[in-house]
Design a protein around this ligand. Sequence first.
Ligand code: HEM
Length: 377
Amino acid sequence: MLDSAICPHLRTQRSQPKSTPASYEPAYPSYSARFDPSISEVAAVLIGAIASQPNSRLEHDALESVDHFLGQGSPQPHYRLLCNSEDPTGRETRAWKAYWPCKEDYLSWSSSSGFAAWWTESKRETEEHGWLLEALYPTMDRLESVFSNEAAREGAALMCQGMSAAIEEHGYWGSARDRFPIAQTDTVPGEKVCPVKGMLGGAKEANGTASRRVVVPGRQNLCVIHSGQDWSAMEGKERELYLGTLHPTLQAGMLFLSNDKYRSLDGDGSASERVGCFECRFMEHLDPERVEPSLSKSFGLCYFDDLASLERWSREHKTHLNIFNGFFKYAAETQGQGKLSLWHEIAVLDRSQQYFEYVNCPPGTGMLASVQKPIKD
Ligand code: HEM
């Protein structure tokens, strides 16, 4: 008997139909995180730095101050990981991704550790590199997850009470939407990407400080996906197979999405070139001691204008279809015994569940792409 991906306490009478095919049985098992009913939201916060020049890396100790604050104050994050990515212009972004069980805990840590006071100092605006703070506080009805391995825990699932049994809602297009509690009764439409002219001027300066510090307003039903891969258990031929075939296909898909913001938006009919992705970072987990990517884990972190745009890209675009088909080839070659662990978590956020602040960042960094014309140097 298959389980539903939706936690029992979040199930309700549907007004929106599911897309599950009749008499459906998935070809392979997948699992969803189960959260205690007392958890009503989580806080997932990215605090990082971005190199100011194209084709440049951050200094080894660029995040030293953030490292320090993360060791102070309370409550401490439930979990944190160090990661980095390179944007299409070759700039490195390096960041801590930290999780708390609620927004209030994150804000308590932020003030008690001294981070909030440090972050708002004007000195941040004159440093060698840019700073970014991207905080998401999805309520549990606005979060879904799927894991290929029931023992794996990543993302918000690190705060879950356990995993479901094998779920019904996966392996068909539309299954991500079917896993969302809120989508039982809501179509969660977003604010669509619109021509650049209409996008400018939405940002406001933070705390009256210089314009190098920008707070980007939240967008209703902004869709954020963390889509993770763990190949740390692979050895020999299987590792070569993954790194030589599926991984490069994934890199190509992530590069396509990272470039979406640079595609034409002007009102000449070319807006259709865009798939609705403001930002995509293909991030590797870093070993915090050595600040090196030796952990064999990665995740795509993408901000889409809404869930429908993410669904369309995954269902129709060749870059995800190549990944998708590559996965089934990998599964055939490893005779279904492969050690690749996959997971993803998608949040569809209310406007009030987002906070984006950028200090001295290149135009178009992160959600700045929703309010500034991005420039590809
Ligand atoms: C769905 C493969 C990376 C977005 C799927 C499915 C597979 C797959 C097999 C169907 C899964 C199921 O429901 O059981 C992969 C592999 C990846 C990868 C092997 C990397 C090695 C990504 C990335 C993103 C993404 C990086 C987005 C940034 C999605 C979405 C769905 C999906 C949104 C659900 C579509 C829907 O419900 O209609 N992927 N994927 N995938 N994937 Fe990927």
